[in-house]
Design a protein around this ligand. Structure first.
Ligand SMILES: Cc1cc2nc3c(=O)[nH]c(=O)nc-3n(C[C@H](O)[C@H](O)[C@H](O)COP(=O)(O)O)c2cc1C
Length: 427
């Protein structure tokens, strides 16, 4: 069976707690080549996670103002400081795509892999592979598809990727990396970046020479997940290596690894002086993380004290429903597009449609376990979602749970006369 790159396997072992350093904050913006990114925060590429639905969901969750979101409305000081910004998430990236696959695919299939919407700009497409010519071809495809940036993955530790010398497998071959850098650089005019781990293992740490090589070959920025391939996701990310890379190059450095809170983001900037922060695993469990970072930064600038909103359970439920509805809508859109291409779905088309439905329901189940983490009765909601067999059935179970939960809270409020906590359910 194909092993998936799952979020569940990648929880934090023993997260370090950081407090907000007094003076540091995440920069308001930075530029990669000619692309301005504001604020200096990046949603990390995550296979099986950062598809177009999730990316737009995160961008929306990162907006500062929303008529329906009372938690955000209270952050009025943020709006005045950042009124020229659209979202607390400055840059989004696709999940990694195989350059070999992309260059072989038919046009229609390619489009599905490289789907994005106008409101996703600026957006970067990430490629993996080890053949310089194929990577250069695929980078051209990415550029032609309208992406703002193209990124090369030199960090993926998955065995099936490393076995083809892709992802972190390449970290053992700097000369081949140089050939790839030069081939891709010559193939496109959009900014070209690389995301890598520190090296294969502690005996073979290459992040500093690799960053210098990237700069020499004309790449426009580097992003470091501060672990080796052998570390997998264990232990703490070693931010001191991000600092070492920052010291070594003049192109922007994006720091990545173990940011879970606005305090962590500021602490990473403080410890490394990186130009931007990249956030992966925190986003699916806390889709508000980018907005919280922006709130924290703006509040700190305005008042000297960093504060940010914690979403109520009510807001969390609404968020679950929104994301699930977006997944269901996306499938409906794809099917409508297919129906206009062919009068009736071919047998292959029907099989593909069933696979998409299964995939969407799988995503709902996967995300249910993240979004509902730590909320009252979350296990009951997870159970209901795991038992549902289709997208609409999942939506129904969220709706029923949500209604029961609100009713229960109002009843408790009436019975106990307790105002505490229940106000969250009464809007
Ligand atoms: C489920 C999952 C899928 C991932 N897929 C990719 C990927 O496609 N490309 C990539 O460069 N990194 C990938 N990563 C690594 C993340 O981009 C990021 O470097 C890593 O999770 C560390 O950041 P964090 O501590 O903020 O999660 C993935 C991580 C997870 C958890």
């Amino acid at each position: 069976m194909k092993k998936r790159y799952t979020l569940e396997q990648k929880r934090w072992d023993d997260p370090a707690e950081h407090t907000m350093p007094e003076h540091s904050r995440v920069p308001a913006s930075f530029t990669i080549g000619n692309v301005k990114i504001a604020p200096a925060t990046v949603l990390a590429p995550m296979a099986g996670v950062t598809d177009t639905v999730f990316r737009r969901f995160i961008k929306n969750a990162s907006q500062f103002t929303s008529a329906t979101d009372d938690a955000v409305d209270r952050a009025s000081n943020v709006d005045s400081v950042t009124s020229n910004q659209q979202s607390g998430c400055g840059l989004i990236m696709t999940e990694f795509t195989s350059a070999d696959g992309l260059s072989r695919m038919r046009e229609t299939k390619r489009k599905r892999y490289l789907t994005y919407y106008d409101d996703e700009h600026p957006i970067s497409a990430q490629l993996f592979g080890s053949n310089p010519a194929t990577l250069a071809d695929s980078a051209r495809i990415v550029e032609d598809a309208g992406f703002d940036l193209v990124d090369l993955n030199l960090g993926c530790p998955a065995k099936r990727v490393v076995a083809c010398n892709g992802g972190s497998g390449l970290l053992r071959d700097l000369p081949l990396i140089e050939t790839i850098f030069r081939a891709v650089r010559a193939a496109v005019t959009i900014p070209f970046t690389v995301k890598f781990r520190m090296g294969w293992n502690d005996d073979h740490i290459v992040c500093v020479p690799l960053a210098r090589l990237a700069e020499d070959c004309g790449l426009n920025a580097v992003a470091l997940h501060a672990r080796t391939r052998e570390d997998g996701y264990t232990g703490q990310a070693r931010w001191e290596y991000i600092a070492a890379v920052k010291d070594a190059v003049r192109i922007p450095v994006i720091g990545n690894g173990d940011i879970r809170t606005p305090e962590d983001a500021a602490a990473m900037v403080d410890a490394t002086r990186c130009d931007a922060v990249m956030i992966g695993r925190a986003a699916p469990s806390n889709p508000w993380i980018f907005r919280q970072i922006a709130q924290y930064t703006a509040a700190k600038e305005a008042t000297g004290i960093g504060t940010y909103d914690i979403p109520t359970d009510q807001v969390r439920y609404r968020m679950i429903r929104t994301y699930f509805q977006m997944l269901v809508d996306e499938i409906a859109l794809e099917e409508a597009a297919e129906a206009t291409r062919a009068a009736a779905l071919t047998e292959a088309g029907q099989i593909a449609a069933r696979a998409r439905h299964r995939d969407a329901v799988g995503k709902m189940k996967q995300f249910a376990s993240w979004f509902t983490h730590g909320i009252p009765n979350g296990s009951a909601l997870r159970k209901a979602i795991f038992e549902a067999k289709s997208g609409p059935a999942v939506l129904d179970s969220v709706e029923v749970f949500f209604t029961n939960q609100s009713t229960r809270a109002v009843r408790e409020f009436e019975e106990d006369g307790e105002l505490l906590a229940t106000t969250a359910y009464c809007d």
